[in-house]
Ligand binder design. Structure first.
Ligand SMILES: Cc1cc2nc3c(=O)[nH]c(=O)nc-3n(C[C@H](O)[C@H](O)[C@H](O)COP(=O)(O)OP(=O)(O)OC[C@H]3O[C@@H](n4cnc5c(N)ncnc54)[C@H](O)[C@@H]3O)c2cc1C
Length: 441
């Protein structure tokens, strides 16, 4: 359906949605009954449920529980067309978007929901050797890397002393803490049984945070609980330490410490998608696009920016809203609703965020929640609430069912059935006669 010169000729007006994340899906769904063509474009043919990526990386969930086919989400919405293509630029004056794989598409209204991307802050070697956890491919890559390291150490125990099984996790926010807790449980329960010849204390998990505390966005009682929960799982926490460089088998800190580790998980920073720069407007901190209360970009009122790519101010508190799935979904829905209003000749309305609390999970039956008015919940009760809120965010009933089955099974049995690596090329499984499979780092 790609077209390049269609502004005057189209029968119906067109809303172009960039990104099939929480924000893009929320916007498309709210346009279900609007008299408009909706075109949603994403570089992937699936929606990624980022909050559960660490569960893919630690073998608790399968890829398909966290990535859902985008086309499947709009079977009941005939006015939506989905394309898999990579956005390369936006021309707000021509009201058109360029793609790598297809001709430009014009729009009457644009919803920019391209999310964020990893920020390595220029740390030497990070782009080459670190493992970020932002896409499904990142999670699958990390999972396979860890499994291969354990198999290699099983074959050659000398690798253990070189740090083959050690993991350094960078960032004391939710991504870093959640990953550290989940990795610790994978190591101490499943791997302890899988690799009985490798001593339990041979592998070290270290969480490195540049600031003086973990979870700086939470109240002190939650921070204290988190510190204890990580200590119980044998995660070493280094505060006030900054990663200076990442090498294939070493992580060097600015303090001079060198940590032997063949794996570094990067949970330290994000910035809005680089495509936002093509809007030609002044950007806010983290490259995010500033928007009016109704989520429109002031310089281009036909463009709505939502989700992680946007700098959205809470209309009640005046605070800038965090880059969260619930903010993205609700803002996307509001953008869709506002476009439907404009198409019907009505006024837009301002975005109001319904905050269900800030939450994170550290491990089985160990989560934390801070509600809007400051009340905190910790432990098993918080874990159940975390599950309920995240199940509600999953895009379909089928995904919810899959997640419930996997979580319940893992809860009872401590099993992680996704603990396998699958060769993706025929030669990796059956090397041709006389050929050895490629060595991996
Ligand atoms: C590890 C992790 C854990 C998290 N945990 C939580 C949590 O517990 N609770 C919570 O509320 N939030 C959590 N978040 C944050 C939450 O996932 C994000 O805030 C949310 O996904 C943002 O939604 P979005 O639609 O703005 O962006 P995204 O979900 O990132 O969607 C952007 C979409 O744009 C597509 N895209 C990007 N670039 C291009 C391009 N050039 N061309 C075409 N398509 C493109 C991407 O493929 C993607 O589908 C977590 C995030 C991470 C990374």
């Amino acid at each position: 359906m790609a077209d390049s010169s269609d502004h005057g000729n189209r029968q119906r007006r067109r809303v172009l949605i960039l990104g099939g994340g929480f924000a893009g899906i929320g916007a498309a769904r709210k346009l279900k009954d609007a008299d408009v063509d909706v075109v949603l474009v994403d570089r992937n043919d699936f929606h990624t449920f980022q909050p559960l990526l660490y569960q893919v990386a630690t073998d608790l969930l399968d890829l398909s529980a966290v990535g859902h086919p985008l086309r499947d989400l709009f079977h009941d919405q005939p006015n939506v067309a989905v394309h898999q293509a990579t956005v390369t630029g936006i021309d707000p004056d021509a009201r058109e978007v360029q793609f790598e794989e297809m001709t430009p598409i014009g729009y009457d209204h644009l919803v920019l929901g391209l999310g964020a991307q990893v920020n390595f802050f220029g740390v030497k070697g990070a782009a080459e050797h670190a493992f970020p956890l932002y896409t499904l491919a990142d999670a699958a890559r990390l999972k396979e890397h860890i499994l291969r390291k354990w198999e290699a150490a099983d074959r050659d125990p000398a690798l253990i002393a070189d740090g083959a099984l050690n993991i350094v996790i960078v960032g004391g926010g939710p991504t870093g803490v959640e990953s550290a807790g989940a990795l610790a449980e994978l190591y101490h329960s499943n791997f302890a049984d899988d690799y009985r010849g490798i001593p339990q204390d041979a592998a070290h998990l270290t969480l490195v945070e540049a600031g003086p505390v973990l979870f700086s966005m939470f109240k002190p009682d939650i921070r204290a609980y988190t510190g204890k929960a990580l200590a119980k799982r044998d995660v070493d926490v280094l505060l006030g330490e900054i990663v200076a460089s990442v090498e294939p088998t070493r992580v060097r800190l600015r303090s001079g410490t060198s940590l032997p580790a063949h794996t570094l998980v990067w949970g330290a920073g994000l910035q809005a998608n680089a495509i936002v720069q093509s809007l030609g407007v002044e950007l806010q901190k983290g490259r995010r696009v500033g928007v009016d209360p109704d989520l429109r970009v002031p310089e281009h009122p036909e463009i709505f920016a939502v989700g992680d790519a946007a700098w959205i101010t809470d209309s009640e508190t005046g605070d800038v809203l965090p880059q969260l799935g619930s903010v993205a979904l609700q803002a996307g829905e509001q953008a869709g609703e506002n476009i439907a209003r404009l198409l019907a000749g009505r006024q837009t309305s301002p975005f109001r965020y319904h905050d269900k609390g800030t939450m994170a999970t550290i491990g089985r039956a160990s989560a934390v929640i801070q509600l809007r008015r400051g009340k905190t919940i910790k432990g098993k009760a918080a874990s159940l609430a975390w599950g309920a809120v995240h199940l509600a965010l999953l895009s379909t009933g089928e995904d919810r069912a899959k997640a419930v089955v996997d979580w319940t099974w893992a809860g009872f049995t401590h099993e992680r059935s996704a603990r396998i690596t699958v060769p993706t090329s025929p030669t990796a499984e059956e090397p041709a006669a006389g050929k050895q499979p490629l060595a991996r780092r």
